[in-house]
Design a protein around this ligand. Structure first.
Ligand SMILES: NC(=O)c1ccc[n+]([C@@H]2O[C@H](COP(=O)([O-])OP(=O)(O)OC[C@H]3O[C@@H](n4cnc5c(N)ncnc54)[C@H](OP(=O)(O)O)[C@@H]3O)[C@@H](O)[C@H]2O)c1
Length: 333
């Protein structure tokens, strides 16, 4: 089969012929139609930190059709349309994943391939209202947004929510989910056009984080925030603690803007802030995310679709930060 394999000498992806994955008894073999890109893979390409003696096939997001069933598979049949939960081996503690946790794509072979063999517990029926492209956009980013917003952010209806860097894949799902849940949502972006697009999608306002005045501008628009969803960290995080209302929950899932410099402890304890780290989500949260999107008929925002052979172009677009929404890779019709 064709797969985008990581060349471990120069850390570039190369489309190569590799052997088809082997089907074990609890697995389903899926012919992938679509994959999607995540920043997580871009970090691995940039930081050159993946090493293995066998082919590394990256990719966490995917949707396709079951073509073969392991002997112990009882929930699926051949021809079922599937999306994959890429949050593998979470473990028993819903507060934090265990030591065996991994994100699909390393070391377990991922979705940048024509076929994937995956344990049936990570296969979910594709909601019928979604195309394969739309379905493949959801798994990693949708799950991360779900846990950040509901489990860690403890979102309540009528809460005022700030989502930073709205051009990002996870951020846009957080916007979709929060608006569908009746929250008042504000955003930041480094691009005014993306703020305008977010307002068309239901945000109440927003400001450009490249301006020195972004924090005060947000306070003029909303009088503080009950929930803040942040993937940037960096210096801007200090401003977030100032924008937080007393009792605010800040859910942090990324590091796009780097280390957080000095935080003021008085702000944190006097306002009784909760700063929650969050990563991906549990099996149950993935199921709840699928239930939420199916009930509310939520669709992803797709920035662009690239043919499999052009997957590197997709990553270049992500690196440039020009995208608004998910970058999709078409593998087969
Ligand atoms: N912990 C987890 O489970 C988890 C899961 C998914 C992602 N992540 C991490 O979360 C981050 C975003 O991932 P993604 O896949 O959504 O990435 P993405 O689609 O590539 O989006 C990255 C976004 O970061 C925003 N950004 C850049 N500089 C910023 C700044 N100084 N302040 C605020 N926002 C800034 C940009 O927003 P604008 O274009 O609007 O300026 C950009 O669109 C990455 O660091 C990724 O590794 C973590």
């Amino acid at each position: 089969m064709k797969a985008a394999v990581l060349n471990q000498k120069n850390y570039k992806l190369e489309i190569r012929e590799v052997s088809q994955p082997v089907l074990s008894e609890s697995n389903v073999l899926i012919k992938l139609k679509v994959a999607a890109l995540n920043h997580h893979e871009l970090w691995s390409l940039q930081e050159k930190n993946l090493k293995s003696n066998s082919n590394i096939i990256m990719g966490s997001d995917g949707a396709g059709v079951i073509i073969e069933l392991g002997d112990a598979v009882n929930n699926f049949k051949i021809g079922d349309e599937i999306i994959i939960n890429p949050s593998i081996n979470w473990g028993f503690d819903k507060r934090v994943h265990g030591e065996k946790y991994e994100i699909l794509g390393f070391p377990t072979q991922g979705t940048f391939a024509e076929y994937i063999s995956i344990n049936q517990k990570y296969a979910f029926h594709k909601p019928k209202y979604l195309s394969f492209e739309e379905a493949a956009a959801f798994p990693l980013a949708g799950l991360t947004a779900y846990r950040a917003l509901y489990t860690r952010g403890e979102l309540e209806a009528n809460n005022t929510v700030l989502i930073t860097g709205i051009g990002g894949g996870v951020a846009l799902f957080a916007l979709r989910f929060a608006v569908a849940s009746g929250a008042n949502v504000y955003v930041t972006s480094g691009n005014d056009n993306k703020i305008r697009k977010a307002i068309e999608l239901g945000a109440k306002g927003g400001t450009n984080y490249k301006k020195n005045t972004w924090g005060s501008e947000l306070l003029n628009q909303a009088s503080g925030f009950d929930v803040i969803i942040d993937s940037a960290a960096g210096e801007g995080f200090i401003e977030l603690t100032k924008l937080a209302k007393p009792g605010c929950r800040i859910a942090l899932f990324g590091r796009t803007a780097g280390q957080i410099p000095m935080l003021n402890p008085s702000i944190i304890f006097w306002k009784q802030l909760s700063i929650h780290g969050t990563t991906m989500g549990t099996d149950e949260e993935f199921k709840k995310m699928i239930d939420l999107i199916s009930t509310k008929r939520i669709r992803p925002i797709i920035d662009s679709t690239y043919p499999f052979e052009k997957i590197i172009d997709g990553f270049e677009k992500m690196e440039s930060g020009r995208q608004f929404g998910k970058i999709i890779i078409k593998i087969a019709d």
